[in-house]
Design a protein around this ligand. Structure first.
Ligand SMILES: Cc1cc2nc3c(=O)[nH]c(=O)nc-3n(C[C@H](O)[C@H](O)[C@H](O)COP(=O)(O)O)c2cc1C
Length: 194
């Protein structure tokens, strides 16, 4: 299985934003967005998070391909209910994913504030073949969620958030608008706490 073979499961060249599912050594599942980097080899770069702790405990991660803005917003800034998970050979994946790929992780680099892992695909499954046009509102929610997870209460980040909101208002559907409201509330809360 080469990185090219994964394109039919939604992982193309460059960086694919997916919902990573992992579990702790005691079996507690977690979901959070991460970027799968495909530059001839497959990599992930993980900063301090539950996803990183779980990967260090089990050396496994599943990439769930999802086209729902809300799941990106919620998992970036909070938690989903356990009922959203199903299990493949004891490992959590998302019930509603279009497809998922389960990887074994191999430590490649350990820096002061992040780890890089090589990914080896060990199982994959497609639930549906979705065709989806580019929606700027969806993309703006993804950018807004990334900004919120790195939230700094600066004039620049507030202006960027307002810019993303304008795109979602103009181009997004109901789901993107709900997701953007969720992201903005979390962003304000995080900024207030800092
Ligand atoms: C689209 C998107 C992509 C992200 N990619 C990464 C990534 O590649 N690596 C990483 O460490 N965090 C990434 N993040 C941030 C994490 O999802 C975020 O820190 C999250 O709160 C971690 O949750 P956890 O503690 O449940 O693992 C990304 C966030 C978004 C919205």
């Amino acid at each position: 299985m080469t990185p090219e073979d994964l394109s039919s499961y939604g992982i193309g060249d460059g960086i694919s934003e997916v919902i990573a599912t992992t579990q702790s050594s005691s079996g507690k599942p977690n979901a959070a967005p991460v970027g799968i980097i495909n530059r001839g080899e497959l990599l992930i770069r993980l900063y301090k998070s539950r996803t990183l702790s779980n990967v260090l405990e089990t050396m496994k991660i599943a990439a769930n391909i999802c086209a729902d803005a809300m799941i990106f917003a919620i998992t970036a800034l909070g938690d989903i209910d356990d009922e959203k998970f199903t299990h493949f050979r004891g490992f959590p994946v998302l019930k509603d994913a279009d497809a998922w790929i389960l990887f074994r992780c191999h430590m490649r680099e350990r820096a002061a504030n992040f780890f890089v892992f090589n990914l080896e695909p060990i199982a994959m499954h497609a639930n549906r073949k979705r065709v989806m046009a580019v929606n700027r509102g969806f993309n703006a929610v993804i950018e807004a969620a990334i900004l919120a997870t790195r939230a700094k209460n600066t004039e620049k980040s507030v202006k960027m958030m307002e810019h993303y909101k304008r795109i979602v208002d103009k181009c997004g559907g109901r789901r993107e608008k709900d997701a953007m409201n969720f992201v903005i509330s979390a962003f304000r809360r995080i900024c207030d706490e800092r």
